[in-house]
Design a protein around this ligand. Sequence first.
Ligand SMILES: NC(=O)c1ccc[n+]([C@@H]2O[C@H](COP(=O)([O-])OP(=O)(O)OC[C@H]3O[C@@H](n4cnc5c(N)ncnc54)[C@H](OP(=O)(O)O)[C@@H]3O)[C@@H](O)[C@H]2O)c1
Length: 258
Amino acid sequence: MQNPKHVVITGASSGLGRALARRYAAAGLRMGLIARRAALLQELAAELKVRGADVWTAALDVRDAESMKKRLEEEDARAPIELLIANAGISAGTFGAGESAEQTRMILATNFDGALNAVLPVIPLMTARGRGQIALVSSIAGFRGFPGAPAYCASKAAQRIWGEGLRGELGPKGVEVNVICPGYVDTPMTQGNPFPMPFIMSAGRAAAITEKGLRKNRARIAYPWPMGAAAWLLAALPPAWTDPLLKRAPKKPAMKRA
Ligand SMILES: NC(=O)c1ccc[n+]([C@@H]2O[C@H](COP(=O)([O-])OP(=O)(O)OC[C@H]3O[C@@H](n4cnc5c(N)ncnc54)[C@H](OP(=O)(O)O)[C@@H]3O)[C@@H](O)[C@H]2O)c1
């Protein structure tokens, strides 16, 4: 969408979400920032207000469906939400010890249910107006299950597939849906990784590529392209060929508790 007038971003207190907020902030733009850490949201809001944006913040947990719906509906009544970016997410590391049931559920609840809690309330509002855009921040990890992060990969695959389906369903109703699949981005999520991260890029650069892709209404915004191509190939090849390779891939360090 060109020049959305009210942009809402979940997971705006850090990393890619914060960089996206900085990328979009402009004079006259209304902007909603959602995450749990209120102080970080306030700090960012103050910075964006200096640039002329009209910013609201909500210290919410995306797993709280009722509070998310209530707040999004209230803000939409004040000014129609034109772009919703469902970006909040967590990852866990297992260091080869296996993901606990608790970790698995927390990742899926935050990354997938959290995205549903952000997106579902705005669908009827946007379709009623015949205008809007919904972006789901999936990942290159959503193309193939990796032994170090099965729940994370599953959550990102679910976001990607849901978004691809929604795009076909909502497009004719005037609502654009886009799936964002970043490779490694330099954020707190990756800063503890003790292994080489090929083609890692800054959050600012990732936000710029994302914003351009959304402006052009690209179905899938996957970057950088060599990572996208590698993920596509890994998904396309038979597991019997790729399993031995992935078994040797490095794992994330132990999970940081939210
Ligand atoms: N970094 C990468 O290499 C990479 C690659 C591909 C995809 N991604 C995806 O990009 C998105 C952003 O990640 P990031 O790298 O920017 O990580 P990050 O710096 O850790 O940021 C994660 C954001 O999500 C928010 N969040 C987490 N749990 C939440 C909850 N229950 N309720 C509300 N907000 C919550 C955090 O805010 P609070 O803690 O304040 O709640 C924070 O703002 C994620 O969906 C991630 O999976 C990242």
